[in-house]
Design a binder for this molecule. Structure first.
Ligand code: E4P
Length: 218
Protein backbone atom coordinates (compact mmCIF):
# COMPACT_ATOMS: atom_id res chain seq x y z
CA UNK A 1 0.00 0.00 0.00
CA UNK A 2 1.29 3.44 -0.91
CA UNK A 3 1.45 6.18 1.73
CA UNK A 4 0.33 9.68 0.80
CA UNK A 5 0.32 12.44 3.41
CA UNK A 6 -2.83 14.53 3.75
CA UNK A 7 -1.51 18.03 4.42
CA UNK A 8 -0.45 21.28 2.75
CA UNK A 9 2.24 21.93 5.37
CA UNK A 10 5.58 21.84 3.55
CA UNK A 11 7.58 21.41 6.78
CA UNK A 12 5.75 18.20 7.64
CA UNK A 13 5.96 16.95 4.06
CA UNK A 14 9.73 17.57 3.94
CA UNK A 15 10.32 15.57 7.12
CA UNK A 16 8.35 12.55 5.85
CA UNK A 17 9.88 12.75 2.36
CA UNK A 18 13.40 12.75 3.83
CA UNK A 19 12.51 9.59 5.74
CA UNK A 20 11.72 7.89 2.44
CA UNK A 21 8.25 6.64 3.36
CA UNK A 22 6.22 9.04 1.26
CA UNK A 23 4.68 8.08 -2.09
CA UNK A 24 2.58 11.21 -2.65
CA UNK A 25 0.58 14.06 -1.15
CA UNK A 26 -3.07 15.11 -1.06
CA UNK A 27 -4.28 18.64 -0.39
CA UNK A 28 -7.77 20.14 -0.34
CA UNK A 29 -9.22 23.66 0.07
CA UNK A 30 -9.49 23.26 3.86
CA UNK A 31 -5.82 22.25 4.11
CA UNK A 32 -4.83 25.21 1.89
CA UNK A 33 -6.80 27.50 4.23
CA UNK A 34 -4.90 26.05 7.19
CA UNK A 35 -1.52 26.51 5.45
CA UNK A 36 -2.48 30.15 4.76
CA UNK A 37 -0.36 30.55 1.58
CA UNK A 38 -1.24 30.86 -2.13
CA UNK A 39 -2.14 27.46 -3.61
CA UNK A 40 0.26 27.87 -6.55
CA UNK A 41 3.19 28.33 -4.15
CA UNK A 42 2.09 25.45 -1.94
CA UNK A 43 1.78 22.95 -4.80
CA UNK A 44 5.05 24.10 -6.41
CA UNK A 45 6.94 23.70 -3.11
CA UNK A 46 5.45 20.23 -2.53
CA UNK A 47 6.26 19.08 -6.08
CA UNK A 48 9.88 20.21 -5.58
CA UNK A 49 10.15 17.82 -2.62
CA UNK A 50 7.95 14.85 -3.62
CA UNK A 51 8.24 12.88 -6.87
CA UNK A 52 4.92 11.00 -6.51
CA UNK A 53 1.41 12.33 -7.27
CA UNK A 54 0.51 15.62 -5.58
CA UNK A 55 -3.24 16.28 -5.56
CA UNK A 56 -4.30 19.89 -6.15
CA UNK A 57 -8.05 20.53 -6.04
CA UNK A 58 -10.02 22.74 -8.40
CA UNK A 59 -12.35 25.23 -6.73
CA UNK A 60 -14.83 25.49 -9.60
CA UNK A 61 -18.07 23.56 -9.79
CA UNK A 62 -18.86 23.78 -13.52
CA UNK A 63 -17.03 21.86 -16.26
CA UNK A 64 -15.56 24.83 -18.18
CA UNK A 65 -14.15 26.48 -15.07
CA UNK A 66 -12.79 23.16 -13.79
CA UNK A 67 -10.94 22.70 -17.08
CA UNK A 68 -9.56 26.25 -16.89
CA UNK A 69 -8.34 25.78 -13.30
CA UNK A 70 -7.04 22.26 -13.91
CA UNK A 71 -4.97 23.50 -16.88
CA UNK A 72 -3.33 26.05 -14.57
CA UNK A 73 -2.70 23.54 -11.80
CA UNK A 74 -1.24 20.83 -14.01
CA UNK A 75 1.30 23.27 -15.48
CA UNK A 76 2.92 23.57 -12.04
CA UNK A 77 4.65 20.18 -12.39
CA UNK A 78 4.32 16.84 -14.15
CA UNK A 79 3.38 15.05 -10.93
CA UNK A 80 0.29 17.17 -10.19
CA UNK A 81 -2.88 15.07 -9.92
CA UNK A 82 -5.88 17.30 -10.59
CA UNK A 83 -8.47 16.77 -7.90
CA UNK A 84 -12.10 17.12 -8.94
CA UNK A 85 -15.29 16.54 -6.93
CA UNK A 86 -17.49 13.53 -7.56
CA UNK A 87 -20.17 15.43 -9.48
CA UNK A 88 -21.41 15.11 -13.05
CA UNK A 89 -19.21 18.02 -14.18
CA UNK A 90 -16.32 16.67 -12.12
CA UNK A 91 -16.52 13.33 -13.92
CA UNK A 92 -16.69 15.06 -17.30
CA UNK A 93 -13.56 17.03 -16.38
CA UNK A 94 -11.96 13.78 -15.16
CA UNK A 95 -12.45 12.17 -18.58
CA UNK A 96 -11.04 15.25 -20.36
CA UNK A 97 -7.93 15.44 -18.19
CA UNK A 98 -7.12 11.71 -18.17
CA UNK A 99 -7.70 11.69 -21.95
CA UNK A 100 -4.93 14.31 -22.14
CA UNK A 101 -2.63 12.12 -20.04
CA UNK A 102 -3.02 13.96 -16.71
CA UNK A 103 -3.59 12.21 -13.39
CA UNK A 104 -6.97 12.84 -11.78
CA UNK A 105 -8.07 12.23 -8.19
CA UNK A 106 -11.87 12.11 -7.88
CA UNK A 107 -12.69 13.23 -4.37
CA UNK A 108 -15.65 13.22 -1.96
CA UNK A 109 -16.70 9.64 -2.76
CA UNK A 110 -19.25 8.20 -0.33
CA UNK A 111 -20.76 5.26 -2.23
CA UNK A 112 -19.75 2.28 -4.36
CA UNK A 113 -21.88 3.39 -7.35
CA UNK A 114 -20.04 6.73 -7.30
CA UNK A 115 -16.72 4.84 -7.37
CA UNK A 116 -17.95 2.71 -10.28
CA UNK A 117 -18.79 5.84 -12.25
CA UNK A 118 -15.39 7.40 -11.47
CA UNK A 119 -13.63 4.30 -12.81
CA UNK A 120 -15.76 4.49 -15.97
CA UNK A 121 -14.66 8.13 -16.31
CA UNK A 122 -11.02 6.99 -16.24
CA UNK A 123 -10.07 8.34 -12.79
CA UNK A 124 -6.49 7.68 -11.72
CA UNK A 125 -7.56 7.71 -8.06
CA UNK A 126 -10.91 7.46 -6.31
CA UNK A 127 -11.00 8.96 -2.80
CA UNK A 128 -13.61 7.34 -0.52
CA UNK A 129 -13.88 9.32 2.73
CA UNK A 130 -13.83 6.78 5.55
CA UNK A 131 -13.87 9.07 8.61
CA UNK A 132 -16.73 11.24 7.42
CA UNK A 133 -18.91 8.13 6.95
CA UNK A 134 -17.90 6.87 10.41
CA UNK A 135 -18.94 10.30 11.77
CA UNK A 136 -22.47 9.55 10.51
CA UNK A 137 -22.55 6.11 12.10
CA UNK A 138 -21.90 4.34 8.78
CA UNK A 139 -18.97 1.92 8.54
CA UNK A 140 -16.58 3.79 6.21
CA UNK A 141 -14.25 0.83 5.84
CA UNK A 142 -17.06 -1.25 4.37
CA UNK A 143 -17.06 1.19 1.45
CA UNK A 144 -13.36 0.52 0.80
CA UNK A 145 -14.08 -3.24 0.86
CA UNK A 146 -17.01 -2.87 -1.55
CA UNK A 147 -15.03 -0.77 -4.01
CA UNK A 148 -12.12 -3.26 -3.83
CA UNK A 149 -14.50 -6.10 -4.73
CA UNK A 150 -16.05 -4.15 -7.60
CA UNK A 151 -12.74 -3.00 -9.08
CA UNK A 152 -11.30 -6.52 -8.79
CA UNK A 153 -14.26 -7.80 -10.80
CA UNK A 154 -13.14 -5.58 -13.67
CA UNK A 155 -9.34 -5.63 -13.91
CA UNK A 156 -9.44 -3.23 -16.88
CA UNK A 157 -10.53 -0.36 -14.62
CA UNK A 158 -7.58 2.04 -14.40
CA UNK A 159 -8.47 3.43 -10.99
CA UNK A 160 -6.57 3.09 -7.71
CA UNK A 161 -8.45 3.18 -4.41
CA UNK A 162 -7.11 6.04 -2.30
CA UNK A 163 -8.51 5.62 1.22
CA UNK A 164 -9.12 9.17 2.51
CA UNK A 165 -10.42 10.87 5.64
CA UNK A 166 -8.44 8.42 7.78
CA UNK A 167 -8.47 9.53 11.41
CA UNK A 168 -6.80 6.73 13.39
CA UNK A 169 -3.92 4.28 13.14
CA UNK A 170 -6.53 1.51 13.09
CA UNK A 171 -8.05 3.08 9.97
CA UNK A 172 -4.67 2.69 8.27
CA UNK A 173 -4.48 -0.97 9.29
CA UNK A 174 -8.04 -1.63 8.13
CA UNK A 175 -7.43 0.14 4.80
CA UNK A 176 -4.39 -2.08 4.20
CA UNK A 177 -6.38 -5.20 5.11
CA UNK A 178 -9.17 -4.13 2.76
CA UNK A 179 -6.66 -3.80 -0.09
CA UNK A 180 -6.69 -0.03 -0.61
CA UNK A 181 -3.96 0.85 -3.12
CA UNK A 182 -3.14 4.07 -1.27
CA UNK A 183 -3.88 5.58 2.11
CA UNK A 184 -3.70 9.32 2.52
CA UNK A 185 -2.92 9.98 6.14
CA UNK A 186 -2.57 13.10 8.32
CA UNK A 187 1.06 13.56 9.52
CA UNK A 188 0.20 12.95 13.20
CA UNK A 189 -1.40 9.58 12.34
CA UNK A 190 1.64 8.54 10.26
CA UNK A 191 3.84 9.31 13.27
CA UNK A 192 1.38 7.47 15.51
CA UNK A 193 1.93 4.25 13.54
CA UNK A 194 5.32 3.79 15.21
CA UNK A 195 3.88 3.86 18.72
CA UNK A 196 3.25 0.86 20.95
CA UNK A 197 3.36 0.93 24.77
CA UNK A 198 5.15 -2.43 24.86
CA UNK A 199 7.88 -1.02 22.58
CA UNK A 200 8.39 1.88 25.04
CA UNK A 201 8.29 -0.45 28.04
CA UNK A 202 10.69 -2.94 26.47
CA UNK A 203 13.09 -0.18 25.51
CA UNK A 204 13.09 1.27 29.06
CA UNK A 205 13.98 -2.19 30.38
CA UNK A 206 16.77 -2.70 27.82
CA UNK A 207 18.23 0.75 28.55
CA UNK A 208 18.20 0.05 32.30
CA UNK A 209 19.76 -3.42 31.93
CA UNK A 210 22.39 -2.18 29.50
CA UNK A 211 23.50 0.45 32.02
CA UNK A 212 23.93 -2.32 34.59
CA UNK A 213 26.26 -4.27 32.27
CA UNK A 214 28.70 -1.35 32.44
CA UNK A 215 29.58 -2.05 28.80
CA UNK A 216 29.92 0.24 25.78
CA UNK A 217 29.85 -0.74 22.15
CA UNK A 218 32.89 0.28 20.13
C1 E4P B 1 -8.52 13.56 0.97
O1 E4P B 1 -7.96 13.79 -0.10
C2 E4P B 1 -8.98 14.61 1.88
O2 E4P B 1 -8.07 15.67 1.78
C3 E4P B 1 -9.00 14.21 3.32
O3 E4P B 1 -8.61 12.86 3.52
C4 E4P B 1 -10.24 14.62 4.05
O4 E4P B 1 -10.14 14.23 5.39
P1 E4P B 1 -11.10 14.81 6.54
O5 E4P B 1 -12.44 14.15 6.42
O6 E4P B 1 -10.41 14.43 7.82
O7 E4P B 1 -11.17 16.29 6.33
Amino acid sequence: MKFFVDTADIGEIRELAEMGILDGVTTNPSLVLKANRPIMEIIKDICDVVDGPVSAEVSALDYDSMIREGEILRKIADNVAIKVPLTWDGLKACRTFTGDGSMVNVTLCFSAPQALLAAKAGATFISPFVGRLDDMGIDGMELIQDIRTIYDNYPDFPTEILAASLRTTNHVKQAALAGADVSTIPPAIIKGLVKHPLTDKGLDQFVADWKKTGQTIG
